[in-house]
Design a protein around this ligand. Sequence first.
Ligand SMILES: NC(=O)c1ccc[n+]([C@@H]2O[C@H](COP(=O)([O-])OP(=O)(O)OC[C@H]3O[C@@H](n4cnc5c(N)ncnc54)[C@H](O)[C@@H]3O)[C@@H](O)[C@H]2O)c1
Length: 318
Amino acid sequence: MSSLKLALVGCGRISKRQIEAVQAVDGIDIVVVCDIDENKAKATAEQLNVPYTTDYKTLKDVDFVSVMTPSGMHPQHVIEIAEHTNIPYIICEKPISLTSREVFEMIDRVEKAGKTLLPVYQNRYNPLIVFLKNLIDTGKLGKIHQFVCNIFWNRNDEYFKIDWHGTKAYDGGVLYTQASHYVDMIHYLFGKIKNAYGVGGDIRKLEVHDSISAICEMQNGTVGALSATVSTYRTNYLTELTVIGEKGTIRLSGTNLNQIDFWDVEGMENPDMDFKLDHQYGKGHDTMYEYIVQKKWDMFPSREDVLSGIQLMERISF
Ligand SMILES: NC(=O)c1ccc[n+]([C@@H]2O[C@H](COP(=O)([O-])OP(=O)(O)OC[C@H]3O[C@@H](n4cnc5c(N)ncnc54)[C@H](O)[C@@H]3O)[C@@H](O)[C@H]2O)c1
């Protein structure tokens, strides 16, 4: 069987992780890259020994395209690729958009163009989150009373000198451009939101919040708190998820929720599923490309799921 052909759009930081992930999976190859910054496009093309373009509308003869451009540009870029190229599947980095209005339009226009949108929600593929989701959905933890989710990361002042970072129009703040897969995880595990209260911190004087603390009441009665920052001293510190259920308490932590810190679940030993990571993005992109090669479209979120997730994001972004 011949390999699937993939185009990359946006040759910045996250493209390096996606390139590693694609190269780790059999059955899919990067055949062309695109960036409006010709130097970046050329450097990535030379590294991969493939052609490049600076205009995504010229892309053709590929099966998939992965959009890795600045967050607030995703709707425009995805829509234009859907309407002006013949590429059937469009992968889009998180956050899919900064507003639910734009997500509505984006999904509608992609569907009208007869194309399929595949959002990158990589925490859904973290083996510990998959395991936890199964415990919750099968009732093994009983009713879920409470969760605490913390994302304590560092993005230094140099990072915020990159033109789009820290802007309202293209970055959206810590929950959108850094922690959005954690917000998606809360939505994935605990469902739709009923009420939320919180505050955002502005001490670094960006156009957006670099730190947010939110408390949430979910529609299923679970309550919880989420704190996210990109302002820890010097370096990334940790991610943490504690779940307090009627029949168990679980605490995950590590750079990307890759270790079990605490496990006390009725009738179930600690599953000993810790895994190691050599980068800060988790293993989710590798799994996502495996699902793409296997055509497991049900592993991607539905339209309704995407929409209610972005609505949760809006509710806790303050
Ligand atoms: N899933 C994750 O873990 C993860 C991690 C980091 C970033 N991201 C997301 O990936 C996206 C990109 O982030 P980044 O850190 O790589 O940013 P970056 O600034 O390093 O790269 C973005 C690239 O897009 C290019 N670009 C802009 N407009 C373009 C256009 N019209 N056509 C082609 N290229 C264009 C820029 O020139 C730049 O090279 C963001 O939405 C971010 O939230 C996801």
